[in-house]
Design a protein around this ligand. Structure first.
Ligand code: CMP
Length: 138
């Protein structure tokens, strides 16, 4: 039991062959996989998903990056899921990420940073519903 967060293994980490290692670290860190799929976002999907960033200078680059190849989308369950998952992935910029975190190990730059993690319970629900139908959640 517990609450939920939403994650994506981003195109850079998929391209670099890190899907298995990242899912392994997520599972061994106590998260239960509630929903899981390989998918690719369209430009319209990424613009909607990242709408909160649409005034940022990196918005175009972010949409380009997130749509260039497949991602792994997942909903994860654990006590304190949102905060604990953000600790597990590390800082947005891998240069600032703690040793052993997913971004420290697998991210290449602040933009191509291997994984997404929801920043609140409310956004976890919105983001999970963006990618998954009810019958895909277990
Ligand atoms: P995330 O925090 O998952 O969601 C917003 C994303 O925007 C972030 O990961 C990075 O991939 C990207 N991002 C944030 N800051 C920058 C930046 N300065 N330059 C490029 N991309 C960024």
């Amino acid at each position: 039991a517990g609450n939920k967060t939403f994650t994506m293994i981003k195109p850079d980490a998929v391209e670099n062959g890190h899907i298995g290692a990242i899912l392994e670290q997520i599972n061994t860190s106590g998260f239960r996989i509630v929903a899981l799929k390989l998918t690719q976002m369209t430009k319209a999907d990424a613009e909607e998903f990242y709408a909160v960033h649409n005034e940022r200078p990196f918005f175009g680059e972010l949409v380009e990056f997130m749509t260039r190849g497949p991602i792994v989308a997942a909903i994860l369950e654990k006590e304190n899921a949102v905060e604990d998952f953000r600790t597990l992935i590390g800082a947005t910029n891998p240069a600032d990420a703690a040793e052993g975190t997913i971004r420290k190990k697998y991210a290449t730059s602040i933009g191509e940073n291997a994984v997404h993690g929801s920043d609140s319970d409310e956004n976890a629900t919105i983001e999970g519903a963006f990618h998954f139908a009810g019958r895909e959640m277990f």
